[in-house]
Design a protein around this ligand. Structure first.
Ligand SMILES: Nc1ncnc2c1ncn2[C@@H]1O[C@H](COP(=O)(O)OP(=O)(O)O)[C@@H](O)[C@H]1O
Ligand SMILES: [Mg+2]
Length: 222
């Protein structure tokens, strides 16, 4: 069992979106996933919520994906229940509070989504320093909401500065993200439901999240 966090102290960089679509991609690869929403906004918890029973860990509509909140997870984290999962994915809040530091310390690896820009590159130093400070592995930094038209040069700057800490997978900007979230579905499930054929650009973002899942699995299981 591996405990993996998706974290950036900046909000709106696709932490929750990445957790949802990575969980789906991991589950598709036969991995048993528990998603833990650590953000009091509970976007992730509400997204997966379908089971009204009162317990610590909840089923979702997807095989191999269960979910909970950090508070509920705390009451089972010392039990054997957590060994039922291959990966526990933690959706962290955009903060650097003492609680966030404790969660980071508890994790095996942290992956950092970022958008491209000068403020973003400045902010990343604080994030990666804190992950190091907690003795947790920085799995990698990945670019989200990439727009080829504007971002081509910026990504080269990022690669030069971050070098091998920048992951190969790049998540493109896609209007489908908001549509799928409005329907309460991971992007691939949304395309399947709508019979969108896997050709052309629409599926680019699904393929990107799949590639990111493979990149993470390869690194974590190496
Ligand atoms: N690849 C993407 N393309 C377009 N919009 C995106 C993409 N990823 C996320 N978004 C949108 O950006 C907003 C912030 O994403 P979210 O996952 O909530 O970020 P965070 O959890 O880091 O605050 C949401 O409205 C989401 O729908
Ligand atoms: Mg979020």
């Amino acid at each position: 069992m591996k405990k993996i966090g998706i974290y950036n102290n900046k909000g709106g960089v696709a932490k929750t979106t990445s957790i949802i679509n990575l969980a789906y991609a991991f589950a598709k690869r036969g991995k048993r996933i528990l998603v833990v929403d650590c953000d009091c906004q509970e976007n992730c918890f509400s997204f997966f919520f379908s089971d009204k029973s009162t317990k610590e860990i909840f089923d979702t509509e997807y095989d191999n994906i269960s979910h909970t909140t950090w508070d509920k997870f705390n009451s089972v984290k010392e039990t054997s229940i957590i060994n039922e999962y291959d990966y526990i994915l933690f959706d962290l809040p955009p903060a650097l509070s003492d609680e966030v530091k404790l969660i980071i310390k508890y994790l095996d690896a942290v992956y950092v989504p970022t958008m491209l820009g000068e403020f973003e590159i400045q902010g990343l130093k604080k994030v990666t320093d804190e992950i190091n400070h907690q003795g947790t592995k920085l799995g990698g930094i990945f670019v989200t909401m990439f727009q080829a038209k504007n971002d081509k040069e910026l990504i080269e700057d990022f690669r030069r500065i971050l070098q091998n800490r920048l992951m190969k997978s790049v998540i493109p900007y896609s209007t489908t993200v908001r549509e799928s979230q409005k329907s309460g579905l991971p992007i691939e499930a949304y395309f399947i439901e709508r019979n969108v054929p896997n050709i052309g650009t629409a599926w680019k973002i699904v393929n990107a999240y799949e590639a990111l899942a493979d990149e993470i699995i390869k690194e974590v299981e190496a």
